[in-house]
Design a protein around this ligand. Structure first.
Ligand SMILES: Nc1ncnc2c1ncn2[C@@H]1O[C@H](COP(=O)(O)OP(=O)(O)OP(=O)(O)O)[C@@H](O)[C@H]1O
Length: 238
């Protein structure tokens, strides 16, 4: 494992029964980077995020994870296309997230207020979470994740079901989190978004990593395997 890597996968494979969803994946995640995982439906992006998170154990190969700089275990948070929210108030959703993460009492109160402020939902704190718009719900999910101050935030199509202005709001928040030094790992079909946020692009096909390059190089199509070039062509214009 490279000295500075937070998470490293070495020859990782993952099977769902007979289906090989990931094959011989080698990947090293450096602190503070924003990595986008792209590829066709079923190429393995969500599976790879789950393996990076540690939610799914590899069927082959090894996953390693470093400790945070202060010696505690790394903290992970994950966001999905459709936020998973409890039938509670906006504020209670964040508080519950903190409670589950071991943060209690006054600190939970302060952090939850800060998180809602951060995503522009302070005025909605007492409303039922399910009464929010789709964009607001995703911002609430982001607030809940941010309140836990994760080292690594994993995002599975975080804006796929949002309208353009809500997409932009979520993207702006993600850009701010990245500026703070949070490591962002994101599966996205939105190449415009990938271009705006990611420094590095990992292209997957049938569970294999066919390209792992700086974002600029990916979008220029420089030194990419033909499959990745075709994908890029097929997805344009975004
Ligand atoms: N729980 C599961 N059980 C069985 N097969 C699964 C399971 N989850 C995913 N798969 C299969 O594994 C492969 C990879 O799926 P995965 O969801 O990781 O791809 P993806 O790139 O995220 O796709 P999408 O862009 O559609 O979200 C697909 O063939 C999928 O059908």
């Amino acid at each position: 494992m490279a000295e500075q890597a937070l998470i490293a996968l070495e020859s990782v494979g993952l099977r769902y029964g007979a289906l090989e969803a990931l094959r011989a994946v080698n990947l090293s995640i450096v602190p503070g980077e924003c990595v986008a995982f792209v590829g066709a439906n079923g190429s393995g992006k969500s599976t790879l995020l789950r393996v990076l998170h540690g939610l799914l154990a590899p069927s082959a190969g090894v996953r390693r994870q470093r400790e945070a700089l202060d010696g505690r275990p790394l903290r992970f948070a994950m966001l999905f296309q459709r936020p998973f929210l409890f039938r509670l108030s906006v504020q209670a959703n964040v508080r519950l997230g903190l409670w589950l993460g071991g943060v209690r009492g006054e600190e939970a109160k302060v952090r939850s207020a800060q998180a809602l402020q951060r995503v522009g939902l302070a005025a909605e704190a007492a409303r039922p979470a399910r009464a929010l718009s789709g964009g607001q719900q995703q911002r609430l999910a982001l607030a809940r994740a941010w309140a836990l101050q994760p080292d690594v935030l994993l995002l599975d199509e975080p804006t796929a079901s949002l309208d353009p202005s809500a997409k932009r709001e979520v993207e702006n928040l993600l850009a701010e989190f990245a500026m703070q030094g949070m490591t962002l790992l994101m599966a996205s079909h939105n190449l415009g978004q990938v271009k705006r946020l990611a420094q590095r692009v990992v292209y997957l096909e049938h569970g294999r990593v066919l390209a792992d390059v700086p974002a600029a190089q990916f979008f220029e199509g420089v030194a990419l395997p033909p499959e990745a070039k075709l994908f890029l062509k097929g997805e344009l214009p975004w």
